[in-house]
Design a protein around this ligand. Sequence first.
Ligand code: ADP
Ligand code: MG
Length: 589
Amino acid sequence: MTESNNAPVSFDALGLPEVLSTALKAMGFENPTPIQAMTIPPLLEGRDVLGEAQTGTGKTAAFGLPALASIDTSIRKPQMLVIAPTRELAIQVAEAIEQFAKNMKGLRVATVYGGQSYGPQFAQIERGAQVIVGTPGRMMDHLRRKSLKLENVKFCALDEADEMLNMGFLEDIEWILDHLNDETQMALFSATMPPQIRKIANRFLKDPEHLRVAPVKQVKANITQLAWKVSGLNKKTALERVSEVIEYKAMIVFVRTRNDTVEVAEHLESKGFAAAAINGEMNQAQRERTVDQLRNGTLKILVATDVVARGLDIPSIDLVVNYDLPDDNEVYVHRIGRTGRAGREGTSISFIRPREMYRVRHYERLTSGRVEDYELPTIQEIGKSRIERTKQELLDILANNDIAEMMKVVETMAEESEMSTEHLAAALLFNKQLKQPLFPKEDPKPRREARDRDDRGNRRDARRGDRDNRGERGDRGDRGERQRKPKTTRSDVDWQTYRLEVGKEHGAKPGDIVGAIANEISLDSSYIGQINLFDRHSFVQLPKNMPTNVYKKLKGVRVRRQAIDISLSEAPIATQKRKPRGDKQRRYN
Ligand code: ADP
Ligand code: MG
């Protein structure tokens, strides 16, 4: 087995054809990574390779480039097969290969994975794709249906083999590999080499070169990883606070969908931050312009999806915010790797919902690092930092400008108005802070909660596997809250907001909630205030200081067969002034 050495080499020295090395230059790949330097030469020679390297070491190019070099684009049949564990990884690999091959005329890539309908996949294969990238299950389906034939396949790569093992794909992979010609060149890549993977290697690889890049434990040591457990405040407000109080040169915020990039960026902009969205709807030129603006400091914050942020290399990025967590834990590693470039210090803050907390352990394992709890800046701290900034601003003005004339004006004003200069300074300050108050108050607007939705649908979408439905487009429309503005709500009641673990996805309607609560504790419905329904939870206003036994009783209530699991919420629903109606005695039984 050969371990990595760090002798610098160039791509040209590895013997890659020019059609590939020019594409690499365009992609900004200057030198090969260690695993690439080790695996490309033997793979170009036609040898089999067993490659052991962690995430982010550049494995896609390590097998993708030499495999592409062996493809005859005049033959419009599958010649290269890549098996990857998940739909996301398959798509990523396919996209990378398309980029590597962008100067190879006539080269086509087909991506096959579960959850998507067969039609487009048949079409892609039939158009003469030479490269097939896919997940094991769907690849088997295509083989069974004979829509995919392997007799011309000269190269097969297993990507993230240990992950496929973990996901129970071992037998599927063996089944697929059994369909390959004996001469097919094999590359097996894995972050670890458990015995089952070695067995596959022994069975399907011919005298392979075993190449390994030793995991670099401290690779992410310069990145401080923080996690804010989402509670109390919604994510937009949280992001606002982070953007305002933490010091950073450039920040990248990861969100799930294209729509979210726009929405979150616009929100930040409206609050006075130099933020912009970057997403797949923008063309390459627009994206580059935006990235340049971040690079030169015109913009401070980019709000991006994974798809467009991949490969972003901007050394000034010193803060990464995971506004939404990625479906794939490894993507987390890629994301936070956008900061801490070239040994600089970086920070990542992830907004993690209580039910997603288990992921922290995976992140720690994947980064060999610690993820620390992060407390959001309080409203008081925000005020303090604003005052501090204002002071700095004033001192800068004093240091850099001649203000003698202004001094005269102030003196005259003070004399004429018989006010102290402190009074006048305070009045100016008062005026200045109207847009951004020096003593900010908690923002009570509940509608924000609508955007702070659950990770609803991810699991469903992951199973369904449709890329388009994965949120880039799929979650318009139904994300907003449904509100009840009851005509019968009383204005003389001291309200408290409660959270219920039942929402639209369970089929709940405001009426169901009113009915269930009113019945269970014999409460007149005029004592049930506003109800905001979200996908998987809802908020309801009930009178403050409910007796414990009543509260306990409510705990067991079910709506649409879903336990409401009522809890106190810190997020207030905006109380709207309503006409009092009825004056029934408040009555709990
Ligand atoms: P792995 O599969 O090992 O996790 P990838 O192949 O996905 O790694 O590469 C990780 C990132 O590094 C990608 O953004 C890729 O574009 C980038 N990358 C890979 N090789 C190079 C290189 N030689 N120079 C610059 N960037 C590279
Ligand atoms: Mg990979």
